[in-house]
Design a protein around this ligand. Structure first.
Ligand code: SF4
Ligand code: SF4
Length: 745
């Protein structure tokens, strides 16, 4: 399309007071040859927006540069159909954060306008991707426990057809073995309602149920998943729009517990799950001889919050123990019931249960490390009572109940990584001849989804094997687009929370189907209709893109060529940053485009003593933090020029080389935190950028350029107040290092 560019400069919000706007407009008209450049005192007003719209319809403008506030605000006002658009951030990142009327501030604004013009000059309008196959709006729910049943009902209520797959021969999951439940608002122990839930599901016309079934294979991606379900020796095929994984949990194996818990030493030492099975058969009795229980001890944190076993808290065992203690008391009010705990964790209204148990006469003993002593048929518990400061001996116990924890079903199975074949002991692996060390995903062959993905058959896990993808910002999301995780497979939780989770995951699944049907990305670039295009003629089959894509969106054909599965793509651009041949680009985001933006920065000669710092900032947090600094009128060095990136992982090393060879003095990379409790919006983008950067440092050293010229700093939006000092300090450091020797070449 032939571009007709128009530039609109806002002089409101202090921009006109701080800058020479007439001078600025000459950058567009005189230097840039832009035919239309208008200045308006309040561009986001109705009149301002109308001015732009009129030019789009009357003057056939199809490419607009708005030099005003950050693109993070006023996006609804500045939204024009079928029009290429860039927002030049004069407000937050120029006039609100730099000296008004200063030469450096003016130079900064002029550079940003040049950069904006370079950007739109290298952008095309994205065309949404629509797969050849019809988009399915059906939802697959994997797991027929309380979470899965609720997910199926919620999806059906929203008008979706649902396919529910349960591996056991009956629906109900763990909850079908439970006699009584406790749920919000925790006022009383209640009858188990699971049969009612099962009935609702089986009677719902929109829900097709497969029990005793498993998923043989899942092909495709959001909107076009093809799922093969095996039941009774035959295979059914379904086209599915999105998947809710509600496959649940398994109890931590009590055989693995330390000997002090006494599991296996007496049949009367049981787990909390075994207690439910006993109770569900009729009454709470002693496993050794079936006698009703008189003396019962509940031992909390059996192997939990213990780095040797489960390092986390399963969050529900204290509440469950209180419920079970109340059930013992309900059966026999004179029974002696003890709860030996490290801390009783009853958040929110569950505290009510704790109070009820106290009132019912349950005796609480605070002890870090109780010991079960079994002698013949006698079971005792020895505990150091921290509150009394003395040892207590609980004698002749009929039942000792160990609070073992919840393990997601995804934790079981063989560890695998790349191509689903190599053993992974949790170590990072490096393929022969590979230049960069890319941390591979830990995936277990847990035989649940059996994805036909080049990156492995199941969901990659976060810490402790829970397949969530970003527990800070995006609950329910997994690292496979269109597959959402709910209930105890996501994190340990009780029934009430699991049912809320079910509704949340279904909402995500529906959003995904809707966006996919429009050819748009899901969270966090919701609505983005661009997608990566591969100039395959130059592909060397190095596989970096397939390995580094955090979402498993690139398969391989039989010849080893990358094969993008576009509906799985989140548009992060990490593959673009990874590709050494630079053959991956988006219509509106490419290696060449950023290269041209860098070229648009004017680099003063050495004797002008105006160094230049390129800041490549992740637009999810770091760019927002820079805006926040401006919003708080925090001042920082005016040598910086910021380019927002979709993710720091989309950084291609050629930008660093190009910048330095143009004489830019330093490069500051701002990305999200990474590590175990990371918050990178694209999982490992910032980590990959950091890894790539380590290679740059070696190259810089080889070229006799100081490695201090390039720096990575993890930053989150809440760190905005640290940013000005960081940038100033980097500028000072560069001043000491001296000008880039490539300046003026
Ligand atoms: S790396 Fe990002 S942009 Fe590239 S294919 Fe994967 S999800 Fe899409
Ligand atoms: S990273 Fe680039 S060169 Fe390597 S396989 Fe992917 S597209 Fe081909």
């Amino acid at each position: 399309m032939e571009k007709k560019i128009a530039v609109y400069i806002c002089s409101g919000c202090g921009i006109g007071d701080a800058l020479d706007i007439e001078q600025l407009s000459k950058v567009a008209t005189d230097d840039g040859g832009v035919p239309i450049c208008k200045i308006h005192p309040n561009l986001c007003s109705k009149e301002g927006v109308e001015l732009i719209k009129k030019d789009i319809s009357g003057e056939e403008v199809n490419t607009v540069v708005i030099a005003a506030c950050s693109h993070r605000v006023m996006y609804d006002a500045f939204s024009f159909e079928n029009c290429i658009l860039d927002r030049v951030n004069l407000r937050e990142q120029v006039v609100w954060s730099h000296k008004p009327g200063d030469e450096d501030t003016q130079m900064m604004a002029e550079d940003y306008l040049r950069m904006g013009l370079a950007k739109v000059g290298n952008m095309e309008l994205p065309e949404p991707y629509k797969p050849e196959e019809e988009i399915s709006r059906d939802i697959l729910v994997v797991g027929g426990g309380a979470t899965g049943l609720t997910s199926a009902l919620e999806a059906a209520k929203a008008g979706c057809s649902v396919v529910l797959v349960e591996k056991e021969s009956e629906l109900g999951g763990y909850q079908k073995n439970v006699k009584k439940i406790i749920t919000f608002p925790y006022k009383e122990v209640q009858d188990n309602n699971i049969q009612g839930l099962i009935q609702e599901v089986t009677q719902n016309d929109k829900i097709t149920v497969y029990t005793g079934a498993n998923i043989e294979k899942t092909e495709g991606g959001p909107g076009i998943f093809q799922v093969f379900i095996k039941q009774n020796g035959s295979t059914a095929e379904h086209r599915i729009g999105a998947i809710v994984l509600a496959a649940g949990w398994k109890p931590y194996e009590p055989e693995k517990l330390d000997d002090r818990f006494g599991f296996g030493a007496s049949p009367n030492v049981v787990t909390n799950v075994m207690f439910e099975e006993i109770n569900n058969k009729g009454s709470i009795n002693r496993p050794s001889d079936g006698r009703d229980v008189k003396n019962v001890a509940f031992l909390q944190c059996a192997g939990q919050r213990d780095p040797e076993h489960l390092p986390y808290c399963s969050s529900i065992c204290c509440i469950t123990a209180l419920k079970q203690a109340l059930e013992v008391k309900a059966q026999d009010p004179d029974a002696n019931v003890f709860m030996v705990y490290r801390e009783v964790r009853t958040p929110g209204q569950a505290e009510e249960l704790y109070r009820m148990a106290q009132e019912a006469g349950v005796i609480f003993i605070r002890c870090q490390s109780p010991e079960v002593k079994v002698s013949g048929s006698q079971v005792n518990v020895e505990a150091e009572d921290e509150l009394l400061g003395e040892s207590v001996l609980l004698e002749d116990l009929d039942l000792v109940v160990l609070a073992t924890g919840m393990v997601p079903v995804t934790a079981f199975g063989q560890d695998i990584t790349e191509e689903g074949i190599e053993e992974n002991e949790g170590e990072e692996e490096k393929k022969e001849g590979e230049e960069e060390e890319v941390p591979l995903d830990l995936i277990r062959r847990s035989n649940i989804l059996n994805l036909e993905y080049r990156q492995g058959p199941e969901l990659p896990a976060l810490r402790y094997d829970f397949p969530d993808s970003n527990f800070i910002c995006f609950p329910y999301e997994s690292r496979r687009t269109g597959i959402y995780v709910a209930g105890c497979v996501r994190r340990p939780m009780g029934i009430a929370t699991a049912q809320e989770d079910a509704a949340g995951a279904v909402m995500k699944a529906i959003q995904c189907i809707e966006l996919t049907s429009k050819g748009a990305a899901v969270h966090p670039r919701a609505g983005d209709t661009s997608f990566p295009e591969f100039a395959m003629q130059r592909c060397t089959q190095c596989k970096r893109c397939t390995v580094e894509c955090p979402f498993g969106a690139i398969n391989e054909d039989e010849k080893g060529n990358p094969m993008p599965e576009r509906t799985r793509c989140r548009r992060c651009g990490i593959c673009m940053g990874a590709c050494p041949e630079r053959i991956i680009s988006f219509k509106n985001y490419s290696v060449a485009m950023i290269g041209e933006i860098i070229k648009a920065i004017e680099v003063p000669e050495e004797d002008e003593e105006k160094p230049r710092i390129l800041v490549l900032a992740c637009e999810n947090d770091a760019f927002a933090a820079l805006d926040m600094a401006g919003l708080h009128r925090m001042q920082y060095n005016a040598w910086v020029r910021v380019i927002p990136l979709r993710c720091l992982g989309s950084m291609n090393l050629v930008w660093i080389a190009d910048s330095l060879s143009r004489g830019i003095d330093g490069i500051f990379l701002l990305g999200c935190q990474h590590g175990d409790d990371y918050q990178c919006h694209f999982i490992k983008g910032s980590e990959l950028a950091d890894i790539r950067l380590s290679k740059v440092s070696e190259t810089l050293d080889r070229l006799a350029l100081e490695s201090e010229r390039v720096r990575f700093e993890p930053i989150s939006i809440v760190d905005y107040d640290r940013l000005p000092a960081l940038l100033d300090e980097f500028a000072e450091q560069l001043d000491e290092v001296g000008p880039n020797p490539f300046k003026g070449w």
